[in-house]
Design a protein around this ligand. Sequence first.
Ligand code: F0G
Length: 456
Amino acid sequence: MNRPIIEPFRIKSVEPIRMSTRPEREALLEGAKLNVFLLRAQDVLIDFLTDSGTGAMSARQWAAIMEGDESYAGARSFFRLEAVIRRITGYSHLIPTHQGRAAERIFFAIATRKGDLVPNNTHFDTTRANLEYDGVEAMDLVIPEGTQPHVYHPFKGNIDLQRVEDLLKREGPRIPFGMLTLTNNSGGGQPVSMENLREYSALLKRHGKPLILDVCRFAENAMFIKLREPGFADRSIESIVREMFGHADGCLMSAKKDGMVNIGGFIALHDERWVEAARNLLILTEGFPTYGGLAGRDLEALAVGLEEVLQEDYLRYRLRTAEYMGERLKAGGVAIVEPTGGHAVYLDAKQVLPHLGPEDYPAWSLCNALYLEGGIRGVEIGSVMFGKRLEDGTETYHAMELVRLAFPRRVYTQSHFDYAAEVICQLRSRADEVRGVRITRQSRFLRHFTAEFRWA
Ligand code: F0G
């Protein structure tokens, strides 16, 4: 019999969870206008809203925090982080920001012009919103398998090279650079293969275009390459990561994921191009170039986190967590995106709630039901996040209606996952009781964060 892959850590510090009852949760969700983003975290039992900034730091990271150099300029902590990032990525230039979207805002402001077009496997919501804010078209070109929840492909995050080539021929002058998101968050937390990365990079290069990676979950992507791509089984994670970065000209990072920290981000660039302009904008909106939007102690914790995330035992346990959750849900008849991704499991709300139409926002409704049923908070990746209300009042809907259960790093144990799986399987057996919702209030950008709802 296979032994369980255990959490590769002991717990030194704990945080209590407050138990709640269903009637309590009904009142709390009404108070939050049927939007789980508007709940207080203390009213959530198991918080799978995001894996971003929600991880537990290690004893080594907390120790490093005491070594933070808080000097305004030239802090030792910056050079320590710069050395780690140079080693891991091979990129010379580090521009620290307070989180990923600040890196996006700064980079897009200096590297794009209104009317440009940027291809990606799938732009995450903040990436898309930051591009659109600058008048740039954000185009998703993931392979067809990437949008079919029940089709198996080992690298569902791959970009469709044929469509990229057609686009480069048709729209070349509008494209300042190509992007690729590792792993592909919105499309199911799915990895990109080294082969796809290499060929995309070569294709862009033939057309004189640089490649910028969105690397929030680069280590998880590398572990998938090691486990699934021929020729990589015996390679170290560090060498796989180095090769991944080597195919690109720079990266945007939200360190709140694979940086293993609660806040942080950066831009790292291979050559001089863009660096000066990015630093000037950084000074204007984030801070001096050697701290960006962060404190010296944050830079220290990140330097350690980037080393810890490359440990194979950690990554094996990490990917196994999602896989285990997926196995339990499938055994209970719950439709999920397959295969499971690195940081999350995605429930297919159209399948779980077949009685709801797009106007009922099925994924949003499933999210609410999970909270009511067991105090679990997930996030909708569907028509509230990606649909739009047009000027004339009509609604556009997203092709997939998914609920993402994203797993904070090193926070929950197997019994938390067992509990969550049990709750979801029970909910499935009474799925026909789940009601749809209607939007009563919304904003123009990133409406899911603040929208208000009523029951349909
Ligand atoms: N790119 C990807 C692929 C992301 O998943 C995120 C954040 C960002 C960029 C932006 O980074 O939050 O530090 O500003 N994703 C979080 C999530 C919010 O829940 O998946 P940020």
